[in-house]
Ligand binder design. Structure first.
Ligand SMILES: N[C@@H](CCC(=O)N[C@@H](CS)C(=O)NCC(=O)O)C(=O)O
Length: 221
C-alpha cells in the first residue's frame, strides 16, 4: 500500500487531501515537528533532505509535493482532478502546480523568517536585528507578497478554481500558499475571492477527512 511520510502541520497535509479526494487507500508514517519547527532527523533516512512530504509506492520514493501530486494523478487519478491535455485549462493547471512551490512559497517563507528572527535574536542584538528585518520586510518581501496576492485575486475572478471551472489537483497544491498567507494575516484585507476559495476548500468532505487523519493543522488558521 502507498505510504505517506507525514510531518504534522505541514505541506504533506495536501497529499493526504489529494488521496482522500481520489479515494486511494494509504498508510501514514507520522513525524512530529521539533521545538525549532524542523522535522526529526529520522525523516532523512527516507529522503536525504529530510523534508515532508515523501511518498513511497511500488518501490518508488517520491519527494517534492508538486512531483508527488503529479505521480498520484498519473498513477491513480484515472483522469480525475486534471483537465484534458492540450486544453488552456491544462496549461493553467501545470502552471499553478509548479508556481505554488516555485514562486508563491519563497516570499511567504521569507516573511516567516524575517518575522521570527528578531524574536529569536539575543536580547542585546534584538533592536538591531528587528530594524534590519523590518527593512527587508517593507522594502522586499511585503511588496512581492502583495503582488502575488493581487495575482491570485485576479485569477480567481476568471473562474472559481485556479485552472478553470473544475476543481483540480492544482487547487490542492495552491491551498498551501493561500493558507500560509491567511495565517500571516495578509490575505483577509482586500482579497475576498482568495478568502472565498479557502472557505470552499475547507467545506470539502475530503479536506475534512484528511485533517482528521493528518492531525492539527495551524497553517491556515
Ligand atoms: N518544496 C518542498 C518543500 C518541502 C518542505 O520544506 N517541507 C517542510 C514541511 S512544510 C519540512 O519538511 N520542514 C521541516 C524541515 O525543514 O526540517 C515540497 O513542496 O515538498
Amino acid at each position: 500500500m502507498l505510504t505517506v511520510h507525514h510531518l504534522n502541520n505541514s505541506r504533506s497535509q495536501r497529499v493526504l487531501w489529494l488521496l482522500e479526494e481520489l479515494g486511494v487507500p494509504y498508510e501514514i508514517v507520522r513525524y512530529q515537528r521539533q521545538p525549532d519547527m524542523r522535522a526529526p532527523v529520522e525523516l532523512r533516512a527516507v529522503h536525504p533532505l529530510g523534508k515532508s512530504p515523501v511518498l513511497i509506492d511500488n518501490g518508488n520514493t517520491i519527494a517534492e509535493s508538486g512531483a508527488v501530486a503529479e505521480y498520484i494523478i498519473d498513477t491513480y487519478g484515472e483522469g480525475r482532478l486534471i483537465p484534458p491535455s492540450k486544453t488552456p485549462e491544462r496549461l493553467r493547471y501545470t502552471y499553478w502546480l509548479h508556481y505554488a512551490e516555485g514562486s508563491a512559497m519563497p516570499p511567504l517563507l521569507l516573511k516567516l523568517l524575517f518575522t521570527l528572527m528578531p524574536k529569536r535574536a539575543p536580547a542585546l542584538l534584538r533592536p538591531l536585528v528587528r530594524k534590519v528585518c523590518n527593512q527587508a520586510l517593507t522594502t522586499l518581501v511585503n511588496p512581492q507578497l502583495k503582488q502575488h496576492m493581487a495575482f491570485w485575486e485576479g485569477e480567481l475572478g476568471k473562474s472559481d478554481w485556479f485552472a478553470g471551472n473544475e476543481f483540480t489537483a492544482a487547487d490542492i497544491q495552491m491551498s498551501f500558499p493561500l493558507e500560509a498567507a491567511a495565517a500571516r494575516g495578509t490575505l483577509e484585507q482586500g482579497h475576498p475571492r482568495a478568502m472565498a476559495f479557502l472557505e470552499r476548500i475547507h467545506a470539502r468532505p475530503a479536506y475534512k477527512r484528511a485533517l482528521e487523519k493528518g492531525g492539527p493543522y495551524a497553517v491556515g488558521r
